[in-house]
Ligand binder design. Structure first.
Ligand code: SF4
Length: 386
């Protein structure tokens, strides 16, 4: 059995540089003030279970006592998100940030997953060297994995999670902007979620899509790019061109500057740290003035998990308590490392998000992980994520 480096999903940022963040002290003061102003009103604002979470949050943020293993704190990216919010939205955000960060550690479940990841398209126009899109069995159209989501299905998912889930990501296995109905989809999300994120390689951005994104008031737009020179970029992002990515991000910025001056959108260039010649200093120099945040995330070697030998990891995978994926064809899956759906939970056509999250299939997967038997599941047996 080979020994593997563990991929910690809850600490996947290897480097993160944020321009213009408020200090933690300032943000904490704002939180304290809003909490105090609303302390007599909490039962009108939140359910009993969410009031309990909020009191844990406040205790962890402001009390010196009880700094236990599951202590909730605000990382830099969370501070940046809070910085764009006002009033009781901040309290609501904290409740859902706690669900996202602490529930997977304490193995707590409630009716909905902390984050739902929706896949507008499994098709990608790139073939990045570290991605499962290089698996020809996956991308071969005859095998049924490739497609784009119908807008009615998308709306059905949004209707189920609105007011229940605040952390939503539009992207999974493919490039979301491949979907011809992308504009209509994000328009439908407008104003419904506190923390909606889109991941894109930026190659298919055009003026119309920039307007749709900015009008929809999404929280974070992540541009995936891993290098600061054309040669290294196109070596990693096969089929991509750095000059196109740069041009499109500049176009996005000029549209934002001209028509959406008050936009609170957070932009980030995020790269997968795959090779030693990718330097974060170079990334910062190129991208630092174009986006609000520059990041490197750890490489999760997921592109050939079905063929790899089993590893000796026994720790349970936090994603089973954190995220649920709904793919373009309605399949519900617990993660995207399992990009061919061996671990499929069901299909949204006959299983609601809430029922799926507490279904027997999900419970069986969680139980296997908790009892140190992830080796009985493919691809968990060779996956390094915890
Ligand atoms: S394959 Fe298993 S261990 Fe890996 S991310 Fe998915 S659920 Fe977690």
């Amino acid at each position: 059995m080979e020994k593997n480096k563990i991929f910690k999903k809850f600490q996947s940022f290897q480097k993160l540089k944020i321009s213009k963040n408020s200090s933690e002290k300032e943000i904490l003061e704002r939180i304290q003030k809003i909490y105090q102003e609303n302390s007599n009103n909490l039962n009108k604002l939140f359910s009993i279970s969410h009031q309990k979470i909020l009191s844990e949050v406040i205790n962890d943020l402001f009390s010196d006592q009880d700094k236990n293993h599951f202590h909730f704190s605000l990382k830099e990216n969370a501070l940046a998100e809070i910085n764009t919010m006002h009033g009781t939205d901040i309290l609501k955000y904290l409740i859902h940030r706690y669900r996202y960060e602490i529930f997977p550690q304490k193995k707590i479940l409630d009716k909905f997953p902390p984050l739902v990841q929706i896949e507008p398209s499994s098709i990608c126009n790139f073939r990045c060297v570290f991605c499962f899109e290089t698996d020809k069995n996956f991308t071969n159209k005859k095998n049924g994995f490739m497609g784009t989501m119908k807008v009615d299905l998308f709306k059905n998912i949004i209707d189920q999670i609105e007011n229940n889930v605040e952390f939503v990501t539009l992207a999974s296995r493919g490039e979301p902007l491949v979907s011809k109905e992308f504009d209509e989809m994000i328009k439908y999300t407008s104003g419904k979620f506190l923390n909606l994120k889109i991941n894109t390689n930026a190659s298919l951005l055009n003026e119309k899509k920039c307007h749709s994104i900015l009008e929809s008031k999404i929280k974070t737009l992540v541009f995936s790019a891993d290098a600061a020179d054309e040669k290294l970029y196109s070596e990693l992002r096969v089929n991509g061109k750095l000059s196109t990515t740069l041009r499109n991000i500049k176009m996005f910025n000029s549209i934002k500057e001209k028509y959406y001056k008050t936009s609170k959108i957070i932009t980030r260039v995020s790269g997968v740290k795959f090779k030693s010649d990718q330097k974060f200093d170079d990334m910062e120099k190129l991208w630092g003035d174009l986006v609000d945040q520059v990041a490197f995330v750890d490489y999760n070697p997921w592109e050939n998990n079905y063929e790899k030998d089993p590893n000796d990891i026994e720790q349970s995978c936090s994603d089973l308590w954190r995220r649920m994926f709904v793919w373009w064809d309605g399949k519900i899956n617990p993660c995207d490392v399992d990009y061919k759906s061996n671990l499929k939970i069901g299909n949204i056509s006959n299983l609601s998000i809430s029922k799926a999250w507490n279904s027997k299939v999900y419970s069986m997967l969680r139980e296997k992980h908790l009892s140190k038997k992830r080796s009985e599941l493919t691809p968990c047996r060779s996956c390094v994520q915890v």
